[in-house]
Design a protein around this ligand. Structure first.
Ligand code: CO
Length: 213
């Protein structure tokens, strides 16, 4: 058996030592519970780890990642994470973070047959259909992919806004805010897409739930 995986265990020991140097009580404090203020919905891509790129420590971000940072309303895994984050942890901000050059979005833009994966990619293709006129008009393929990535993030922010138990929270107060961010692999910087929301007012009527009585 190749032993490359042991690098990770060794890395863990080095990391633990460094953390204790900065804060000798760090693990003791964290072991009593978590109270993160943020939920991160990101891409599974190994180059976009939530805590590292935001310079945040364990304990600060509740995380869900999948191919192309999708919010699919039949995804029990994702919805359970969102439910726990919103209803129990009471996170104040949900960040949908995509990234330029996303392989999932690129695959969805092509006509290539990816076998089983097509079932996941279909949800991303639906985003293309919603914005077909705008995307078809972008001639440069890289620029079209960049824009597709941004529109996909925006649509996932919309999809979160359509979740009934998030709308319930908005009936009670201002939180959670939902944000759409995009990360550039080329320079390591995050950009806020300016699509933040904390209400359902801009959604089509059919997605706006009445308050539960
Ligand atoms: Co990706």
């Amino acid at each position: 058996m190749p032993e490359t995986f042991k690098e990770l265990l060794k890395g863990n020991q080095n990391w633990e030592r460094n953390v204790l140097k900065m804060d000798p009580d760090f693990f003791e404090k964290l072991s009593t519970g978590q109270a993160p203020q943020f939920l991160w919905i990101g891409c599974s891509d190994s180059r976009v780890p939530a805590t590292e790129i935001t310079n945040a420590m364990p304990g600060s971000i509740f995380v869900q990642r999948n191919i192309a940072n999708m919010v699919i309303h039949t995804d029990v895994n994702l919805l359970s994470v969102v439910f726990y984050a919103v209803k129990e942890l009471k996170v104040k901000h949900i960040i949908v973070c995509g990234h330029y050059g996303c392989g999932g979005v690129k695959a969805a833009m092509s006509k290539k047959n990816y076998g089983f994966l097509n079932n996941w990619l279909r949800h991303i293709k639906d985003v293309y259909r919603l914005h077909q006129d705008e995307l078809d008009a972008v001639e440069d393929e890289t620029q079209r992919l960049d824009r597709y990535v941004e529109l996909n993030i925006q649509e996932q922010v919309n999809n979160l806004s359509k979740v009934s138990f998030i709308q319930e929270e908005w009936e009670e107060g201002e939180f959670p805010y939902i944000h759409g961010w995009v990360y550039s692999l080329k320079d390591g910087l995050l950009k806020d897409l300016g699509v933040s929301t904390n209400n359902a007012e801009k959604l089509d009527q059919v997605f706006q739930y009445n308050a539960r009585t």
